[in-house]
Design a protein around this ligand. Structure first.
Ligand SMILES: O=C(O)c1cc(C(=O)O)c2c(n1)C(=O)C(=O)c1cc(C(=O)O)[nH]c1-2
Length: 238
């Protein structure tokens, strides 16, 4: 923790605590130069493909991470709601799910399913960052893993950026491939409601609230490190 910033004398109110959590969005990967390039329309096709192929490692890890949260959580009411996240990604009944939607995005940008599913393009830094998130969810108290998912507070904005810009920037991508981003805007909003309720309720003391901020910063670092690794591999076009 930064010693120059004194601890608050008393716990924040829930509203102030939520404000402090949201303020961490300044370090969201929406601001990473690689993402700024991608969503600003400056990426070459191989950079778009590199991002989609690497992000697949994150997509397939998310339901594993969520299953880790379930396995650590003794609260039946939380599990009942949380299990929806696994279904969102893996699919259920007629819904093919988010991983399938990501594979359709991959095909829309010119990748084959095979080269994405076998993760041949995934660079070491992305793999290590994704593994760190799954490991965190397995080892830490489930409330901390819930708190770590709160980067989703900032995700609808980045999905909307893609939906607004990509069709114009990248006319060579079939817009049907962008369905994943459309689905996530609503899903993330619902996820955040649940994640925030758990976090505001659980992290109550000054020390716990500081811990929640540190957990959220860890997750922001996971996403930032993924972008760093992709920027090194694929470059950032000025
Ligand atoms: O495209 C993105 O920038 C982005 C970011 C995040 C995030 O902030 O963690 C998620 C997603 N997408 C996403 O699609 C998703 O399903 C998701 C689940 C989670 C999580 O931590 O449980 N984050 C995210």
């Amino acid at each position: 923790m930064n010693a120059a910033i004194p601890l608050p004398a008393a716990p924040w109110t829930p509203a102030e605590f939520e404000r402090q959590l949201r303020a961490q969005g300044a370090a969201y990967h929406i601001h990473h130069p690689f993402n700024v390039m991608l969503n600003g329309g400056r990426a070459r096709p191989e950079q778009v493909r590199g991002w989609v192929a690497n992000r697949y490692a994150y997509q397939v890890a998310i339901p594993i991470k969520d299953a880790a949260v379930l396995s650590n959580c003794p609260d039946r009411a939380v599990r009942r709601a949380w299990i929806q996240r696994v279904l969102d990604h893996d699919g259920h009944a007629d819904d093919p799910g988010g991983i399938e939607a990501w594979l359709r995005l991959a095909e829309a940008v010119g990748l084959t399913r095979e080269e994405v599913e076998d993760q041949r393009h995934v660079v070491p830094g992305v793999r290590f960052a994704v593994d760190a998130y799954v490991h965190f969810a397995r080892r830490r108290p489930w409330q901390e893993a819930v708190c770590a998912s709160l980067t989703e507070l900032f995700a609808p904005a980045i999905h909307r950026q893609r939906l607004a810009g990509w069709p114009e920037h990248y006319p060579w991508i079939d817009p049907a491939g962008l369905q994943y981003f459309r689905n996530r805007v609503g899903q993330a909003r619902r996820d955040v409601e649940q994640g925030l309720a758990v976090t505001l309720d659980h992290f109550r003391s000054v020390e716990q609230q500081q811990r929640a901020l540190a957990v959220l910063r860890f997750k922001l670092d996971v996403l930032w490190a993924m972008n760093d690794a992709m920027a090194v591999r694929y470059g950032v076009t000025a």
